[in-house]
Design a protein around this ligand. Structure first.
Ligand SMILES: [Zn+2]
Length: 346
């Protein structure tokens, strides 16, 4: 942990550089009508049915549960990418308020897409603009180039420039998004987050930070991104499967080792540390862990490290593994009620 390990067994707050807080209620959802066999059918059969069914009440409790689970894992900052096509307006404020209640920092964005027609894309852009213009900590979200028109991609890039933030976009997660490179290259800049990049060529020329999501990539069988091959900075995200960033670091390490036995945990740790350049405030947060030293070569082979105490913005948020600002059992109970509503709609 080097300079950031102030005292043994402590670190700054960890950062999840790509999350979908709306997916916290997905666990246990009914099986899709047919078993997905490709990346695109995973989107169609699971995620695009789920996000269409969300309303703002479900989103509120999904975000609270996701933020609570992040805090319990020592993650104090979430870079979120949201979509709820039937509850767009106000959705980013619902997420920001939910995270604020738990005490976790969030950088919110709405994933603009044309898959619900140009009006859906327009309303997604407006939600990003409404949130940013109101002083929200955010980016401009784009689902992915392959679900957006050229006009929508240009409008999103322009909106981001006007607000001095980057674009947060899925890129080449599956082979269906192979045209992304040519379409995004003229628009991208260093403050963009390029999520996945599994099917990007080594010399893709896109500007921005590549966010590697090893658990999600394995879960969707999209292939190994081999992020060490890119000239871009690399950060780590979970793509909506919790926010346990030590676990994601360990998966990033072992996935790389499966590909190259000479891969060092120091490299995977540098990807985790990259999160602090995306959300610098998290450097001031403090996490005390069940293990010391918090150092890459130890942590790569220690799968059971837990957060004990977390201070965010100088104030307690977790003590002895229990959230201090909210009632965790209440959040889990209300989230379970909303999950039942959501699953009934599916
Ligand atoms: Zn994602």
């Amino acid at each position: 942990m080097s300079a950031l390990e102030a005292t043994p067994g402590t670190t700054a707050g960890l950062v999840c550089a790509h999350h979908h807080l709306y997916s916290a209620l997905a666990r246990g959802m009914p099986a899709p009508p047919s078993t997905p066999t490709t990346f695109l059918s995973v989107l169609e059969q699971i995620w695009w049915r789920l996000d269409t069914a969300l309303d703002l009440e479900m989103l509120e409790w999904s975000a609270k549960l996701g933020a609570l689970e992040a805090l319990e894992a020592g993650c104090t900052a979430i870079v979120d990418h949201h979509e709820s096509p039937n509850a767009i307006e106000g959705s980013l404020s619902v997420i920001a308020d939910a995270c604020a209640e738990i005490g976790v920092r969030v950088v919110a964005s709405y994933g603009v897409t044309d898959r619900h027609g140009p009006d859906g894309a327009r309303r997604g852009l407006e939600e990003n603009e409404r949130f940013l213009a109101g002083g929200g900590r955010g980016m401009v979200g784009v689902h992915a180039a392959f679900t957006c028109s050229d006009d929508t991609l240009a409008a999103a890039a322009d909106l981001a420039v006007r607000h001095g933030v980057g674009v947060h976009v899925h890129v080449a997660e599956g082979p269906d998004d192979s045209s992304a490179v040519e379409r995004l290259r003229p628009l991208s800049s260093d403050d963009w987050l390029l999520i996945h990049g599994v099917h990007l060529p080594d010399d893709h020329g896109l500007r921005g930070t590549i966010v590697h999501n090893p658990r999600s990539n394995m879960n969707n069988a999209v292939g190994y991104a081999r992020p060490a091959r890119f000239a871009n900075p690399v950060a780590l995200g979970t793509d909506g499967i919790g926010a346990d960033m030590l676990a994601e670091f360990q998966l990033a390490f072992v996935a790389a080792r499966a590909d190259d036995v000479s891969f060092s945990p120091d490299t995977a740790w540098s990807w985790l540390e990259r999160g602090w350049s995306l959300v610098p405030e998290a450097r001031t947060d403090r996490v005390r862990w069940t293990y010391e030293p918090m150092e890459p070569w130890h942590l790569a082979y220690t799968p059971t490290v837990r957060a004990i105490d977390v201070d965010i913005d100088g104030e307690p948020a977790l003590r002895d593994g229990v959230a201090t600002r909210v009632e965790p059992a209440e959040i889990r109970a209300r989230a379970a009620e909303q999950a039942a509503r959501l699953h009934a709609r599916l």
